[in-house]
Design a protein around this ligand. Sequence first.
Ligand code: COA
Length: 169
Amino acid sequence: MTDIRRLTAADAAAFHALRLEAMAAEPESFGTDILEERTRPLDRVAATLAATAVFGGFVDGEGLCAMAGFARHEPLRERHKGRVWSMYVRDSVRGRGLGGRLLDAVIAHAGDEVDVLQLIVVSTNAPAVALYESRGFQRWGLEPFALRVAEGRYTTDAYYWLPLSRGPL
Ligand SMILES: CC(C)(COP(=O)(O)OP(=O)(O)OC[C@H]1O[C@@H](n2cnc3c(N)ncnc32)[C@H](O)[C@@H]1OP(=O)(O)O)[C@@H](O)C(=O)NCCC(=O)NCCS
């Protein structure tokens, strides 16, 4: 049985632990390096949870094991846009629809706040690309040499956007 709900500041420790798990398991899928995440104080994690909208997936007996976040852009002229961040499902519970349900929760939430939802994904990440395209995200660009994931090794990142019904697009 899985439950999806929006995380609050009270979930900061579990969320931070899942972020560290995600970055250890999938270091090339995240823009943040685990070394930076490890030193992030819990009060800052809690503040991020309060300032953004992160949805968590809870599996019976395992607790929090999946997440997907929405963050609205802050500059005044970019407040019509937001982005998906921190998308992750623990390997043992993948392929059961959890990632799709979390992304749907982010899209529904974003629809009340912004006109355009954006995300960045490493272009070779086939499961994530398939997930995003299944929800209608369209690729508009590619960034070569986006992340340096090891000495001499870089990702090529794909930029996606999804127009939302609330806007004029
Ligand atoms: C990408 C990820 C979140 C998918 O989570 P999930 O719970 O397994 O996904 P779901 O079971 O909800 O699948 C939803 C859709 O995603 C796509 N998908 C998921 N896994 C896939 C795979 N291994 N191969 C191809 N497509 C896949 C399919 O389109 C699927 O739709 P379908 O079930 O109708 O075929 C998960 O694989 C993950 O956490 N990966 C590592 C972290 C990561 O890459 N995050 C994204 C960073 S941008």
